[in-house]
Design a protein around this ligand. Structure first.
Ligand SMILES: Cc1ncc(COP(=O)(O)O)c(C=O)c1O
Length: 381
C-alpha cells in the first residue's frame, strides 16, 4: 500500500502518446492505434438518426439530473439487466463518467478526505483526486491473483491508514480484471463494515467475456455507481454517462451538477436514450472485441510478451514487457517512432511497477491488430 503526495499530479500518458501519434500521421506515416480505449465503430445507426431529427429543437439545457425518459430508460436497464430496482430520481445524467467522479467525490466526502484506489488503475482516478485536493491510498494488485481486488486487501490497507472511500472498477482498466458476484459481495461487505463509501465504476459493464457483469446495485443500496455511454455504446466523444446515488446523497449531487455542469449535453442525452434500446448493435461490437482479444493475446504471446490469461472484460491486454525492457515509457516511444504502433506505457496506471507493463487496447478493427502485431514482430526481432 502507498499514500501519494498531494502534488503528485501526472500527465495522462495515453493522451500524450495519442498527440504524438497524430503528429506522425500528419507527417504522412500510418500508425496503428492501440493506445486509447476507444471503440472503432460509431454509435448505432438509429442513435444517429434520432439525433438528426432532434437537432433543430434540442438547443437548450435539460433538467440538471437529465431527461426523464433517459433516467426512466436507465431504471428499466437495471431492472432487466441486473434485476435491481432503481428509482429514476436517484439517477443523475453526467458529462461522461469523468464528470460523475467529480460529483461523486464532492457529494460523498469532505474536502481533504482520503480515497483508496487500486494500483494498477485508471490514471484519471489518482490525478482527479489529487487535483481536487483529496488524499489517495493505493492498494496494490497482483497478476498472480488475476489483478483482482479482495475484501482482505481493503481491510489490510485500511488498518494501515484509514480511508473514507474506495473507488474501483470491474471490469478494470488497464487489466480487464472482473470480480464475480461472491468477490464483489466481499468488497461490498468489507466497505460496509469499515464505514467506507464505495464508488463502483461500472463503465465496462456489458464488455464481459466470462459471464455478465455484476452491478454493486444488485448487492447494496449504499454504493455510488458510475457508468457511461462511452464504451459499450461506442459514444466516447458524446460525453454522456450517469450515476446512481443512495437516497441521502441524491440532492447534494443534483446541486453540484446544477452548479458545476448545469446539465449533460442535450443531444447526447437524446442519443443515449435511444442507445439503451440498441443493445444488439453493442453486442455485435462486443463480438468484434472478443475476436480481437483472442488474436492479440495469441500474437503478443508468440512475439514474447507475457500476457497471463486473456482479460475478463473491457478491451485491454496488459502485457508484461520485461523480456524486452524495464522502461515502458521509452519502450512505447520507440514502438511508436520506429514501428508505427501506439500503445500506452504501464506507468500511466501504476507509478510503482508500471515500468514493466504496456497496455494494448483491442477496441479497434481486427485489421489494425494484425498490422500492429506484424510491425511489433519485425521491430522486436
Ligand atoms: C475505468 C474508466 N473509468 C472512466 C473512464 C472515463 O470515461 P468517460 O468519461 O468517457 O465516461 C474511463 C476511460 O477510459 C475508464 O477506463
Amino acid at each position: 500500500m502507498s499514500n501519494l503526495p498531494a502534488d503528485g499530479l501526472m500527465p495522462f500518458h495515453a493522451m500524450e502518446i495519442l498527440k504524438r501519434a497524430k503528429a506522425i500521421e500528419a507527417g504522412g506515416r500510418t500508425v496503428c492505434h492501440l493506445e486509447v480505449g476507444e471503440p472503432g465503430s460509431p454509435p448505432a445507426p438509429r442513435v444517429l438518426e434520432a439525433v438528426r431529427q432532434a437537432l433543430p429543437q434540442a438547443q437548450g439545457y435539460t433538467n440538471a439530473k437529465g431527461l426523464p425518459e433517459l433516467r426512466e430508460g436507465l431504471a428499466t436497464y437495471y431492472a432487466h439487466q441486473h434485476n435491481a430496482a432503481v428509482d429514476p430520481d436517484n439517477i443523475v445524467t453526467t458529462m461522461g463518467s469523468s464528470a460523475g467522479f467529480i460529483i461523486a467525490f464532492h457529494t460523498a466526502f469532505q474536502p481533504g478526505a482520503r480515497i483508496a484506489i487500486t494500483r494498477p488503475g485508471y490514471p484519471a482516478y489518482v490525478n482527479t483526486l489529487l487535483g481536487l485536493g483529496f488524499a489517495v491510498t493505493e492498494i496494490p494488485l497482483f497478476p498472480e491473483n488475476g489483478w483482482k481486488l479482495t475484501g482482505a486487501d481493503i481491510a489490510a490497507a485500511h488498518e494501515q491508514t484509514p480511508f473514507d472511500g474506495l473507488l474501483f472498477a470491474s471490469p478494470a482498466n488497464p487489466t480487464g480484471a472482473a470480480v464475480d458476484r461472491a468477490q464483489l459481495a466481499d468488497i461490498v461487505a468489507t466497505c460496509n463494515q469499515l464505514g467506507v463509501q464505495l464508488i463502483s465504476d461500472e463503465i465496462y459493464h456489458g464488455l464481459d467475456y466470462r459471464g455478465p457483469s455484476v452491478s454493486a446495485l444488485e448487492l447494496t443500496s449504499n454504493a455510488i455507481v458510475i457508468n457511461s455511454f462511452s464504451k459499450y455504446y461506442c459514444m466516447t466523444g458524446w460525453r454522456v454517462g450517469w450515476m446512481v446515488l443512495p437516497d441521502h446523497l441524491v440532492r447534494r449531487a443534483e446541486i453540484l451538477q446544477q452548479n458545476l455542469f448545469i446539465s449533460a449535453p442535450t443531444l447526447s442525452q437524446i442519443a443515449a436514450t435511444v442507445a439503451l434500446s440498441e443493445r444488439d448493435y453493442s453486442e455485435q461490437q462486443k463480438a468484434g472485441y472478443a475476436a480481437n482479444r483472442a488474436l492479440l493475446d495469441d500474437g503478443l504471446r508468440q512475439i514474447g510478451f507475457q500476457t497471463g490469461s486473456p482479460s475478463d472484460g473491457a478491451f485491454y491486454a496488459y502485457a508484461d514487457i520485461s523480456s524486452f525492457s524495464n522502461d515502458s515509457m521509452s519502450f512505447c516511444e520507440r514502438l511508436l517512432e520506429e514501428a508505427g504502433v501506439a500503445a500506452t506505457p504501464g506507468i500511466d496506471f501504476d507509478r510503482a511497477g508500471g515500468n514493466r507493463y504496456v497496455r494494448f487496447s483491442y477496441a479497434g478493427k481486427a485489421e489494425t491488430m494484425e498490422i500492429a502485431l506484424e510491425r511489433m514482430r519485425a521491430f522486436l526481432k
